[in-house]
Design a binder for this molecule. Sequence first.
Ligand SMILES: [Zn+2]
Length: 146
Amino acid sequence: MTNCTDDCHPPSARRHACPRNGKSYPVVSTTTLLHHLEQPWQWNLAERHYYFCSDPDCPVIYFGDDDSVIEQTGVRTPVGLKDPSDTALLCYCFGVTRADARDSTIKAFVQQQTRQGVCACQTRNPAGRCCLGDFPDSKEGIVDCR
Ligand SMILES: [Zn+2]
């Protein structure tokens, strides 16, 4: 059995196209998947890579190398990125909703915490990466808390 750990590929290096919208997205770590999948023991996470589709209009949350897809029903955490409401969570580490994220004071708070390395994006955010890129007015990929 191939045991692919996070060390076998640098974060974001491995990409795959979402079978629903055709766009390419970075791989998600096994650690992230274990914290968010429904019944994670049913998945053979060591044999397949999974990727996170960050398109707000696409129902797919995770998809595999084999083009299998996992939507919200297969994920324990409500994915705020896919929910346009103001009460949807964008920052899972500090409980920041979409409405909160428009407040520059709250955004500054999150930036300060991430700079100090006290965020837990890899486990708390279903995307496995820093939430700041999902805040309004942020350009994806510009902000990285690690
Ligand atoms: Zn998609």
